[in-house]
Design a protein around this ligand. Structure first.
Ligand code: ADP
Ligand code: ADP
Ligand code: ZN
Length: 218
């Protein structure tokens, strides 16, 4: 299955993606992760992306689209994939549609994780990420057993540069302006499925699984 996880920053896309890709054995394609890896590796792409990310702005469409297009031609995506954090603009969604039409591989579904604004601020400022394996924690809602140490790999937990209150506010504004319209876009295509993201992590997961189980083997 070919799935998009849609939702504001902090909705729980990454958290759910971690679990979903294990359950359904799908490659996890997170544009945010791709950019952070490029920054860490010090590549030209990383340098370009960092400028925008640090300001809480979106990386330009042409750059993002070309990366995702290339990624979707890699052999491991033949059996499907989970897109996390892409598309984020109407232009990206249209470019993806065109690309998938050419490949004759339509999207299976778009899962919109719905969470109220007030909750997002607390989720993002309390988020911690593992340097080793990328696992996501929250200091209050999903803490690791030992502070600053990843339960899964023993790696060090850190706070993302863009999870400060100022940048978070900017990112939420950018979300409302540029990404939220995609809800209507996919609703019109008849492939949108919204879940209540304010529930516990496990409950959100169960709700998504219930929806996706209909598509296993497609
Ligand atoms: P996104 O990828 O959509 O930005 P994350 O998955 O990184 O979101 O989650 C943002 C923060 O909120 C993380 O610290 C995560 O542990 C926490 N979180 C995720 N889902 C929930 C939930 N259902 N309830 C409470 N906290 C959550
Ligand atoms: P979040 O947890 O807020 O959903 P991500 O890790 O998905 O964050 O993205 C972090 C940053 O990377 C974004 O604020 C943006 O600058 C950049 N980025 C990620 N995906 C995209 C995209 N599809 N289009 C443009 N910029 C993106
Ligand atoms: Zn780890």
């Amino acid at each position: 299955m070919r799935i998009i996880l849609l939702g504001p920053p902090g909705a729980g896309k990454g958290t759910q993606a971690e679990r979903l890709v294990k359950k359904y054995n799908l490659p996890h394609i997170s544009t945010g992760d791709i950019f952070r890896a490029a920054i860490k590796a010090g590549t030209e792409l990383g340098k370009q992306a960092k400028e925008y990310m640090d300001r809480g702005e979106l990386v330009p469409d042409d750059l993002v689209v070309s990366i995702v297009k290339a990624r979707l031609t890699e052999p491991d995506t033949a059996g499907g994939y989970l897109l996390d954090g892409f598309p984020r603009t109407k232009a990206q969604a249209e470019a993806l549609d065109t690309s998938l039409q050419e490949l004759n591989t339509p999207l299976t579904g778009v899962i919109n994780i719905d969470v109220a604004q007030e909750e997002l601020l607390e989720r993002l400022t309390g988020r911690r990420v593992c340097r080793g394996c990328g696992a996501t924690y929250h200091i209050k809602f999903n803490p690791s057993t030992v502070r600053s140490v990843c339960d899964k790999c023993g790696g060090e937990l850190y706070q993302r540069d863009d999870d400060t209150i100022e940048t978070v506010k900017q990112r939420l504004e950018v979300y409302h302006r540029q990404t939220e319209p995609l809800i209507a876009y996919y609703q019109q295509q008849g492939i949108l499925h919204s879940v209540d993201g304010a529930q516990e992590i496990d409950e959100v997961f169960q709700e998504i699984v219930q929806f996706l189980d209909k598509f296993v083997n497609s």
